[in-house]
Ligand binder design. Structure first.
Ligand code: AG3
Length: 286
């Protein structure tokens, strides 16, 4: 009998999520990280970077809906977007559904992530031919230093805060993002999980650094089965727009966009955090 092949991501030292692997499609080392794409019966194709699950075909809609449609439903007119990371193309795909967006500068450090996802995850990497895309292979931290008052929306679709994505969680980086945003700009980021202690500490630090930089910071949540604990946070940092007060459900619904996770009822609900998460976030802020 052929040997069974399993992938596991450790969610803490004593807990792991395992998936049966039916086929390996990519296993390579890029200049920056280990990239793997494999097939599983339950989650479809899975992308991992340095052994951590970035997305699966089955549940990527949740993450990409939440990182893009929440800010897009708040800002009344997004024309210029900076997308940092997101080499799989899922965030880009959702952004490209908005006709008022004029330009998307996408800064991804690793061209191999883009190449491999275009080849093996075409439903995710679906918008690389959009004419509004300006794709730059560079370090997000360095890129953002040279821009002032330019973007309506900055989306930070990064890995966890170690390895190539580490600098995208620093105060310096958030400060540069603040400067690169227009006077009513919004920043959203993936904000780690509040559950396992090591992830929760990262989430606390992200919130602390964002609140030190932006006048208005709110955290929202989603259920993402393939990520550690399945409970994931996103950060919403803004110079002006409040994600609940300035959110116009009718305006967004009038667009007629179908989204399988996001909807305008959930928009309000996703900012209502469990007590332990509120305590965690507030514990780092004076
Ligand atoms: N980016 C981040 C996910 C963090 C996952 N962490 C983990 N599995 N330990 C996802 C990229 C999707 N565009």
């Amino acid at each position: 009998m052929a040997k069974e092949l399993w992938f596991a991501e450790y969610h803490d030292d004593n807990t792991r999520l395992g998936m049966r692997v039916t086929r390996e499609l990519v296993a390579m080392q890029s200049e920056f990280q280990a990239i793997e794409i494999f097939e599983t019966p339950t989650f479809g194709r899975v992308l991992t970077l340095d052994g951590l699950v970035m997305l699966t075909e089955k549940d990527e809609f949740i993450y990409h809906d939440m990182i893009i449609h929440v800010p897009m439903a708040v800002h009344p007119k997004v024309q210029n977007v900076l997308l940092i990371g997101g080499g799989d193309g899922g965030s880009l795909r959702e952004l490209c559904r908005y006709p008022e967006i004029e330009q998307i500068d996408m800064v991804e450090i690793d061209s191999e992530v883009v190449n491999q996802c275009r080849r093996f995850l075409p439903q995710v990497a679906a918008a690389y031919d959009d004419p509004r895309l300006n794709l730059i292979f560079a370090d997000g931290l360095k890129f953002v230093r040279h821009n002032t008052d330019k973007y309506d929306l900055i989306v930070i679709d990064s890995t966890d805060p170690f390895g190539p994505g580490e600098s995208l969680f620093t105060k310096e980086f958030y400060g540069n993002c603040h400067r690169a945003l227009r006077a009513d700009g919004i920043l959203v980021n993936q904000h780690e999980s509040p559950y396992y202690p090591a992830d929760a500490e990262e989430a606390r630090l992200i919130y602390q650094r964002l609140t030190a930089t932006f006048p208005l910071v709110r955290v929202y949540q989603a259920h993402i089965p393939c990520y550690p604990s399945g409970h994931w946070l996103f950060g919403f940092a803004s110079k002006r727009w409040d994600p609940l007060q300035d959110f116009d459900a009718e305006r967004w619904n009038a667009r007629g966009l179908y989204t399988r996770y996001y909807n305008t009822d959930l928009h309000t609900g996703c900012f209502q955090l469990p007590t332990y998460v509120k305590e965690l976030l507030e514990s780092g802020v004076e």
